[in-house]
Structures are given as structure tokens and as C-alpha cells.
Design a protein. Structure first.
Length: 311
């Protein structure tokens, strides 16, 4: 990966970023839990184009901040806690690994497993209960790896979310907003059989994608969920205004609302907002320029625009 420095940040930050990247070691395995959570297409393309990917140093800041948080919190562990210990297991012939942030053994011989996440208030409000499905999957896969090594039973899986953009006034005014800058989010605990089956399925998908890559065949497409896809929306806006009074998924409902709101002094209209794959369009996957699926989607969008302009 090539790290640029467009904003002329100090060399100390650059060196820290390079050192942290060099220190990461998933072990002699095929995949880590972090990789298995990713869509196989993204994981394969990142690996294939790793040395071509460009990322600015400013974008590495929150990753550095997250590593600093992990280091500081590791200082607070007690003797009955296991912090940052990498676990290994073999799933259907594939060696994999994962590193829980914290595992604690309780007096009743049950365990709890926690993971620290530096995140945003938006991430905690867009999903019910603040728990992303990827976080739930990660916690259960890590619990499965630990149980395979230690025959442990878990009483709690949780995320400690550090909200980097938290605002006190917003928390006081909005009940859906995180109540504090640090929030504990408890995740459902799957049965061991469910955890292992999920691990096996992720391994199967990634192994299949790697086989297709080796054969020069098309990779599996990312799903709409994996692309962070947003559907077409219809915004009801006051004529001359910018902010939507309400946004609908259905054009007819939006038109009816605009008609109801309109008066002789204040007219409302419907603004079409085309959907998009946010992850792809923003290159949050870091491999959009090499992705044939994204190229196909852009071609389809271009053809749709051409067709609409001719009508």
C-alpha cells in the first residue's frame, strides 16, 4: 500500500502509521476473522492490488487512534483477563486466526468477550440497538475460536464503542443518540454449532472466490448490503428550498404528500434522489477502480441516463 501525505502532516505520524502496518501479523494462516467478515470479492481484490492501493496519511489517523485506545485499555486488564491474544484453529482444512481485544473469566467458570470500536454516532444510530451485523458476526466467530481452543462457555459478548464525534447537546436532545461518548453494546450469543457453521460458510465462500481468481473466472458479486446500497428516494421539498420535509421510497406517496402540503403561498415539489452503492462510489473498499462489478454498475447507470435523456 502506498501512503501519501497530501496535507503535509508531521513525519512522526507517517512513521507511526508505517510501523503499525508493519507490526500487524495475522499469523501463518489463510484468513483472519477480520478478513472472513469482508465480502470475498473485496478481500481478493485488496490482496491482488495491495501494492497499487493509495491511501492518504490523514485517512490513517483514526486507525492510529484506535490502536492507541487498544494499547491504553490493555494497561487496565486484571490477572483474570486475557488481552490481545491471537487464537488459531483449522476450519475445513484452512488455518484461520482471530484476536479478541479482551476475554474475562468469571467465578462461575463462564467467560465474557469484548471488542473495542472507535466509531461515529451515525454508525450507532443507523442500526437497531447500535449493533452492526458485522460486529455480531465478529464477536461470535472470536468466541468460537476461543471455545475451540479452551472449551469455554460464554455468558456475554459485547462491544465497547468509543464515539469519536459525540456531542453532549445532541445526546440531551435526541433519545436515539448515544447517551455517552463510550457505550457498551451487548450482542446475542449464538450456539457453538451456529458459530462454527457460520465460520465454515465464510471459509467456503472465501475459498471459492480464491479458486475462481486462480482460474481467471469472475469473482462473486458483492450483495446490495455489502455495497451499502441505498435505494431510490423521493424527497418532498418546498419550492426554492433545499431541505426535505420528508423523504419517501415510493414516488406516488411523495407526490401525494407534496400536493397536501402545497398552498397558494407555499408550493411543494418532489425531488428524485437516485440510489447508489455508497461503498463502491466512495471507494471505501479501496479497490473500486479494479472492480468489474462496479464498472458494470456504472455502465448500467450511464445507459439509464442516456435512455432517460432521449425520452
Amino acid at each position: 500500500m502506498k501512503i501519501t501525505n497530501k496535507f503535509n502532516l508531521p513525519d512522526t505520524i507517517m512513521r507511526a502509521a508505517l510501523i503499525m502496518n508493519e507490526r500487524y501479523d495475522k499469523g501463518n494462516v489463510e484468513r483472519s476473522v477480520t478478513q472472513l467478515i469482508q465480502p470475498p470479492r473485496i478481500d481478493i481484490l485488496r490482496k491482488a492490488h495491495f501494492h497499487e492501493v493509495e491511501k492518504d496519511l490523514s485517512e490513517e489517523w483514526w486507525s492510529l487512534f484506535g490502536n492507541a485506545v487498544h494499547y491504553i485499555l490493555e494497561l487496565g486488564k486484571s490477572p483474570d483477563m486475557i488481552a490481545e491474544q491471537r487464537l488459531y484453529a483449522e476450519i475445513d482444512g484452512w488455518p484461520i486466526s482471530g484476536k479478541p481485544d479482551l476475554i474475562e473469566r468469571h467465578a462461575d467458570n463462564l467467560y465474557s468477550l469484548g471488542d473495542y470500536k472507535v466509531t461515529t454516532s451515525y454508525q450507532l444510530t443507523k442500526d437497531e440497538g447500535g449493533l452492526k451485523s458485522e460486529w455480531e458476526q465478529q464477536l461470535n466467530m472470536l468466541a468460537c475460536l476461543f471455545a475451540m481452543n479452551h472449551q469455554a462457555t460464554f455468558k456475554e459478548l459485547y462491544i465497547i464503542a468509543i464515539v469519536r464525534d459525540w456531542q453532549r447537546k445532541q445526546a440531551q436532545a435526541d433519545l436515539t443518540y448515544p447517551a455517552a461518548p463510550v457505550v457498551k453494546i451487548v450482542a446475542p450469543i449464538w450456539t457453538f454449532a451456529q458459530q462454527k457453521a457460520f465460520l465454515e460458510e465464510r471459509v467456503r465462500q472465501h475459498r471459492n472466490a480464491e479458486m475462481l481468481q486462480d482460474l481467471g473466472l469472475p469473482l462473486p458479486d458483492c450483495s446490495p448490503y455489502e455495497r451499502w446500497s441505498r435505494a431510490d428516494r423521493y424527497a418532498v421539498i418546498r419550492h426554492g428550498g433545499k431541505r426535505a420535509a420528508r423523504v419517501y421510497d415510493n414516488e406516488e406517496e411523495a407526490e401525494a404528500d407534496a400536493k397536501t402540503r402545497s398552498t397558494s403561498k407555499s408550493m411543494y415539489e418532489v425531488e428524485y434522489r437516485p440510489g447508489k452503492s455508497v461503498r463502491c462510489a466512495g471507494n471505501y473498499c479501496q479497490c473500486a477502480e479494479w472492480c468489474d462489478q462496479f464498472a458494470r454498475m456504472r455502465q448500467e447507470e450511464w445507459q439509464d441516463d442516456e435512455t432517460n435523456s432521449e425520452q
